[in-house]
Design a binder for this molecule. Structure first.
Ligand code: ADP
Ligand code: MG
Length: 313
């Protein structure tokens, strides 16, 4: 379909010498929910990384078009601004950076959101209430010591803050507790309601799909998409497994280097860089607000609840 939100054609990719993805064709239309399933080691997470532009992988063929624009050569930041969002299996921990500063930095990089000062503060507070998150999260260092469920909540907060055109959610294999599952379900419903969000969900957990109206299901085995169907394919996989799509050999003993590589931060999305870039923009915006408001507490930067003070340091 020419007007697909995401159109992937013949996409092949490798990590170093190792070929992982072979000729992936995938189309997702606006507002749809797609599910990607497959055994361990099939290449599902790799597809997510390659779509987002993780430089640990090399595109060896094909292309990726988002909303009519070919983004195959774009870096992570550019893809993010173009409306792509991915929640990883293992979110990064960033000691020393409070969540609030991180969120403000991200928002500052997305001018189109027009979320400055009080607007930002209100929006974050609203989302946190929506997701049942305690306001104290904002002062904690990004993901440090957070449980899997807490990290997921923060990702969902980012999702609702950024309102991307397409959200790719790579679920943890180990699964989420009931509380986190609820948050993810709530956030996805809100994302769809508020901005007709489009979701590609990579999951083993069919429970999370019970409350979602799934439009298409894709099955990946050994780096290839081998089957596609509607939501009924999920229950078929539940009942019969992946063997029905050919010989499946779970990639249990993946080499240590692969594991290491997948846990690295995406170099282009270095948080320190993001913060440094955002600092100037924030300082400018704060100064402008101070000039406009003229002499109130907020304008003097003595109110720290919105992160004004640390962001400028
Ligand atoms: P899935 O998410 O479907 O379980 P992955 O995409 O994580 O599968 O992995 C697919 C294959 O690619 C596995 O064999 C894995 O070891 C390998 N792989 C993934 N990332 C890397 C990497 N950075 N370097 C080398 N091999 C990798
Ligand atoms: Mg995976």
């Amino acid at each position: 379909m020419a007007d697909a939100l995401l159109a992937v054609q013949g996409l092949s990719a490798s990590a170093g010498e190792k070929a992982i993805l072979y000729g992936i064709d995938l189309e997702v239309n606006k507002g749809e929910i797609h599910v990607l399933m497959g055994p361990n080691g099939a290449g599902k997470s790799t597809l997510g990384h390659v779509l987002m532009g993780n430089p640990a992988f090399t595109v060896t063929g094909g292309n990726i078009v988002l909303d009519g624009t070919d983004i195959t050569e774009d870096d992570v930041d550019k893809r993010s601004r173009a409306g792509l969002f991915i929640s990883f299996q293992a979110p990064v921990e960033v000691p020393g950076v409070p969540l609030n500063s991180f969120l403000r930095a991200i928002v500052a990089q997305h001018e189109e959101l027009d979320l400055k000062g009080k607007k930002y503060k209100k929006r974050v507070a609203d989302i946190m209430e929506q997701l049942d998150m305690d306001a104290s999260y904002l002062d904690r260092e990004l993901n440090v010591g957070f449980s899997g469920g807490e990290k997921k909540k923060i990702e969902m907060l980012q999702l609702l803050l950024l309102q991307p055109k397409l959200a790719i959610l790579d679920e943890t294999d180990s699964g989420l507790d009931v509380d986190a599952l609820n948050v993810v379900s709530k956030a996805m419903a809100a994302y769809r309601e508020e901005c007709d969000g489009t979701i590609l969900i990579i999951t083993h957990n069919t429970r999370i799909l019970e409350h979602l109206p799934v439009d298409r299901t894709h099955v990946m085995v050994k780096g290839k998409l081998v089957a596609e169907g509607d939501a009924s394919l999920i229950s078929r996989i539940d009942a019969e497994g992946f063997e029905q799509f050919g010989h499946v050999e779970e990639d249990e003993k993946e080499d240590a280097s692969a594991k290491d590589m997948r846990s690295v931060t995406i170099p282009e999305f270095n948080v320190e860089d993001v913060l440094a870039d955002a600092e100037a923009a924030l300082a400018e915006a704060d100064a402008k607000r101070a000039a406009e408001a003229g002499g109130t507490d907020e304008a003097n930067g003595t109110s720290d609840a919105d992160g004004t003070s640390e962001a400028g340091q």
